[in-house]
Design a protein around this ligand. Structure first.
Ligand code: 3MF
Ligand code: MG
Length: 434
């Protein structure tokens, strides 16, 4: 146990009446929801970068946090890992996620980066032997260092493509070594600042080749994990190619990769793309590519990707409703891609941010499960399309053609009468569960 979280008790479930802020009021890991443990439904993961690498800076100000592990070198990296696993243990977090740059010291060249990553990964492996916390997914930071400023896979410079491909290999190796269940690709620099210097077709082909190599490497290693793309419409780029679920699916179909890749969908990214979180989840589910989520929230006034912890019960309930309706997570889970505010300086702030978010998600899960069990929402949705089950209408969709349909509309004098969409009644129904 490091000193940093000294005195903070392990968080346990005390129920909704508890007034102890260091306790779960809704997240009871062993409680059964739809016959499955809450912990196994939600599969919470701590984002290493936000909780242990983030120093508190924003575009207008630098570090505000004091952490003993801040600094260079392997000893600091190991101290950071010690503190991280202390927090995982306090929270009872089943998973964590990380980028290479979050856990290893930056080397002078690729070889040193590789050596540093392999050394710290072995340290993680040792710690994981005596911890319940597993790896949900690993990923490469191909956006922070200046070498990636014009992209990684989509970079006009082939040497950056090579460096990125080599880095992805080391991060996939790390993910596999630590038993990770997924590998994520967020293309933060895979986009453009201006079309004036961009060849969209060439960059798409480069991005596709990189993804094909990732899929090929997965099969070569025999790893059974899931490859996930995390969409985001912009920020830091003016336009990011993986704009949203629909755009990524079109890209996957264009290159024949739609059965090899699923989505890691982030609440804040969906909002930035002009969608609701549940829209992106429902879209991914309808396309068969729903994989995992980055759970957080944006500040609706600033419009930025503020990566705050979720605190809107309605939004969280509708998100888990789509996830449960799709059958729940398999290899995916709920990664808190969220950070405390730069004024939240104390160790307790980091713990309690996660306690509140885990409880919020547990509330959402319970509400979603109750809505699904009640069944009225799905029944009313099905009723709205019921006429399509009539034989003549099913036949029209299956084998009709315009001339035959025209003849039918004329002969049967079809003259459709609009019916209510009942939106407010459905919203009222949802509100009774949240
Ligand atoms: C940026 C993000 C990223 C991704 C991470 C893993 C730094 O808005 O959401 O967090 O989640 O790179 O893909
Ligand atoms: Mg994210």
């Amino acid at each position: 146990m490091t000193e940093f979280f000294k005195g903070i008790p392990k968080i346990s479930y005390e129920g909704p009446e508890s007034r102890n802020e260091f306790a779960f009021r809704h997240y009871d890991p062993d409680a059964l929801v739809m016959g499955k443990r809450m912990e196994d439904h939600l599969r919470f993961a701590v984002a290493y970068w936000h909780s242990f690498a983030y120093e508190g800076g924003d575009p207008f100000g630098g570090r505000t946090f004091d952490r003993p592990w801040f600094g260079d070198g392997m000893e600091k990296a190991k101290m950071k890992a010690d503190a991280a696993f202390d927090m995982f243990d306090i929270l009872g977090a089943p998973f964590f996620c990380f980028h290479d740059a979050d856990v290893r010291p930056e080397g002078a060249n690729f070889a040193e980066n590789k050596r540093n990553l392999e050394e710290i990964v072995e340290y993680f492996a040792q710690k994981m032997e005596s911890s319940k916390t597993k790896l949900l997914w690993g990923t490469a930071n191909l956006f922070g260092h200046r070498r990636f400023m014009a992209g990684s896979a989509t970079n006009p410079d082939p040497d950056v493509f090579a460096w990125s491909a080599a880095t992805i290999k080391t991060c996939m190796d790390a993910t596999i070594r630590l038993g990770g269940e997924n590998y994520v690709l967020w293309g933060g620099r895979e986009g453009y600042e201006t079309l004036l210097n961009t060849d969209l077709g060439k960059e798409a082909d480069q991005a596709a080749r990189m993804l094909e190599m990732v899929v090929d490497y997965k099969h070569k290693t025999g790893w059974q994990g899931t490859i996930l793309i995390e969409p985001k419409p912009q920020e830091p780029t003016k336009h990011q190619y993986d704009f949203d679920v629909g755009t990524v699916y079109g890209f996957l179909r264009r290159y024949g990769l739609e059965t090899e890749v699923k989505m890691n969908i982030e609440q804040g990214h969906a909002i930035l793309a002009g969608h609701s979180f549940e829209h992106e989840l429902a879209m991914a589910a309808s396309l068969g590519i729903l994989g995992s989520i980055d759970m957080n929230r944006n500040d609706y006034q600033s419009g930025w990707d503020t990566d705050q912890f979720p605190n809107a019960p309605h939004e969280v309930a509708l998100a888990y409703y789509e996830i449960l309706k799709a059958g729940g997570f398999t290899t995916g889970g709920t990664n808190f891609d969220a950070r405390i505010r730069r004024q939240s300086l104390d160790p307790e702030d980091l713990i309690l941010a996660h306690v509140g978010a885990m409880d919020m998600c547990a509330r959402g899960l319970k509400a979603a499960a109750a809505m699904l069990a009640d069944g009225r929402l799905e029944q009313l949705r099905a009723e709205r399309y019921a006429d399509w089950d009539r034989s003549e209408n099913a036949a029209m969709l299956r084998q009709g053609d315009l001339a035959a349909i025209e003849a039918r509309v004329l002969s049967e004098d079809i003259n459709p009468e609009p019916r209510s969409g009942r939106q407010e009644r459905l919203e009222n129904l949802v509100s009774t569960f949240v």
